[in-house]
Design a protein around this ligand. Sequence first.
Ligand code: ATP
Ligand code: MG
Length: 470
Amino acid sequence: MDRKRNIYPRTDIGWKDFAFLLLALVVTFILIVSLFFIGKAEDTAANWARHAREVIQTSERLLTAAQNTETAVRGYLLSDSKSFLEPYQKNLLKLKNIRIELAKLTKDNQQQQINIKNLEKDISNIATINNKFIASGGTTEDLRKQKFAMDSLKHHVSQIQQLETSLLGLRTAQAETAWLLKWTMQVALLLGTALAIIIGMITLRKVIKTNEKYIYTLEQARDEAIAANKLKSEFLANISHEIRTPMSGILGLAELLTLENLNKDAKNMAENIFISAKNLLNIVNDLLDFSKLEANKIQPDNIAFNINEVVQPVCNNVLPEVRKKSLELDVSIDPEIPATMIGDVARIQQCLLNLVQNASKFTDAGRVMISVMAQEASQNSLKLLFSVQDTGIGISSEFQKHLFEPFVQADGSMTRKYGGTGLGLSIVKKLVKLMKGDIGVNSEEGQGSRFWFSIPVEIEQKGEENDSNS
Ligand SMILES: Nc1ncnc2c1ncn2[C@@H]1O[C@H](COP(=O)(O)OP(=O)(O)OP(=O)(O)O)[C@@H](O)[C@H]1O
Ligand SMILES: [Mg+2]
């Protein structure tokens, strides 16, 4: 396999993609901002146009009110009827009010203010002459003056209207231009946004494609690694299996040799061969178990068993070591544990044996305690909690974190002093997990350790036992 292969594929996204995307976004942003200001300008122009129209209409109303006063005065003079006086007064008041209204409307236009001032004079003249007519009747000169005042008022109204009409044209044109610009901008904004979306989607597609390639390459690398690992585990399993057969031969013959009538040195050598071969077989067996577990080639069995069948052989196995070191070996079994349970007895025993072997191996004085308890018991099942406690060398909290990893031992000197491969606990952990159980440790350096594991097992029902017996 090419170890240096770069698993990060080269991306298809270039700076041009980002530049386009950025450009489209900037253009869209500028369009949105411009649209906002153009909208405001259009509103202002439209408002001013409305205002100019209002001034024209108001001045028109002023002219009508002035004509109405004149008509009312004429009616009074011709008929001498006082009924004309009320409409006269009303229209005169209206005339004055409309002028004030006009003055307010045009207060920001100096030219119009001059016209309004002239209007004020006209209205005052009209009122004076008309009042004179009503009070004492007028002369021909007064009639001329009245006509002159009315003409002057009409002239000034017309000036006001002309000015507003020219402003109206200008503002309407401005509003129309703004309106046109707004729509053009809106269409441009729509196109700009569409462009930004398209460029964004193209870039996104490239990102997705690159990611897909990346994931694919990673998956490929992972599959290759898994396949290689499986191959390695299978090779290890095969080779361990192959080594076991000649090893059994060596072990058998070495044992036979120790029973022969040999001189002391030769007997010593034969015994050493036997012990070394036995240790070697243990290592090979561990390697075989480990590689089988790695390759998922072990399935848990379900066999009926009694707890003593698990504990007794384990005690027998470590008894020589325990006696050699003058350790105490205590066993406590919970009386609540049912007589017959169903589980993978061989694997449970293998786990317990590993822990008890470790306890007796790493304890030079004191005792090793084995206890089995029933937990979470129901009618059909329970959890068997195995715990192995010792008064040995203990384990530092730093090392405890790596305790269940394969080929891990406390330190190099440990390997030389106690031997072993560092596979035992990792095999136990894998087996416990295979049986859906849990495992843990409490330990303090120099104070001893307590290893525990719990395994769910089924309780064999009486009826089943009878059935199987019959
Ligand atoms: N009861 C214990 N007390 C102190 N240290 C322990 C104990 N059990 C395990 N250890 C530490 O954990 C290490 C790993 O244990 P493990 O059983 O995996 O390997 P091993 O006993 O060294 O070798 P193997 O079990 O393969 O013969 C040991 O080398 C030892 O340092
Ligand atoms: Mg061990």
